[in-house]
Design a protein around this ligand. Structure first.
Ligand SMILES: CC(C)(COP(=O)(O)OP(=O)(O)OC[C@H]1O[C@@H](n2cnc3c(N)ncnc32)[C@H](O)[C@@H]1OP(=O)(O)O)[C@@H](O)C(=O)NCCC(=O)NCCS
Length: 224
């Protein structure tokens, strides 16, 4: 245990050259990430239809602050154009079900109709320069047909692990709507702590909503 703490302290010290607040706002080029069952890749124009199908669903959209309802193909096109080529201040991943196991067993992929490269969700880590929580922010959503199988836990863990491997000593901010215990559970498993509450406007609900704010420190991360 002592060795682990010392190890983490060494990581924290390694982050000091980036500024007295330990802030480094330059990410290396977005990696391709594979887990046993998922691949996280850059979103592309061809994902617009899958994004539209997933987000034109109030049960998904209501947990996100800025997703209109109904959600049209143009909305997905606008979002894809807006994220463009991710620069050094964002990693934005399309989640697909084509992980290492599907690659090693192509017959599985064939049996699934070669759908494994289809976007089923998004996980993102972006720098936000405004507001009281200036820093790196985590967000995510998953198409409803894939809920309840541990996919987002796997995806968020993979993205966070890669983030901390290149951004040692940083803190990740996030938030969860107060009526979203499943999302809070994902964050709790990974070591996020609740830091407060705030009220924000939800576009899909056309109403104010209570947000639980959270953060994950480098030392607090519990890899899955
Ligand atoms: C929230 C969301 C990402 C979860 O994705 P998922 O792949 O189903 O999540 P996982 O299966 O990895 O994990 C969900 C965890 O929450 C738990 N959970 C689910 N519903 C719950 C509930 N009502 N109360 C408490 N825990 C709950 C699950 O049991 C699981 O925990 P476990 O692994 O300990 O069993 C997905 O439902 C979604 O995209 N919702 C709409 C958009 C959204 O909420 N985005 C996040 C904004 S913060």
């Amino acid at each position: 245990m002592t060795a682990l703490v010392e190890h983490r302290d060494a990581f924290a010290l390694a982050a000091l050259p980036f500024g007295d607040a330990g802030r480094n706002r330059t990410l290396p080029r977005q990696p391709l990430i594979r887990t046993g069952r998922l691949t996280l890749r850059r979103p592309e124009a061809r994902d617009a239809e899958a994004i539209t199908e997933a987000l034109d669903n109030y049960r998904v959209a209501k947990m996100l602050t800025r997703v209109p309802q109904p959600y049209h193909l143009d909305d997905a096109g606008d979002w894809l154009a807006m994220i463009g080529e991710p620069g050094p201040e964002a990693w934005i991943f399309a989640i697909t079900l084509g992980g290492v196991r599907a690659i090693l067993a192509p017959e599985v992929e064939a049996a699934n109709g070669n759908v494994s490269d289809r976007l089923v969700g998004v996980v993102s880590i972006e720098w936000r320069g405004a507001g009281s929580r200036t820093g790196w922010h985590l967000g995510y959503w998953l198409a409803e047909e894939h809920w309840g199988r541990g996919i987002m836990t796997d995806a968020v863990n993979a993205a966070v692990a890669r983030f901390f491997s290149v951004m040692m000593g940083e803190t990740l901010f996030s938030s969860v709507m107060a009526d979203n215990p499943g999302s809070l559970r994902i964050q709790g498993k990974l070591g996020f702590a609740i830091t407060g509450v705030e009220d924000v406007y939800s576009q899909s609900r056309s109403a104010g909503v209570r947000l639980i704010t959270t953060e994950l420190t480098f030392g607090g991360y519990m890899p899955m």
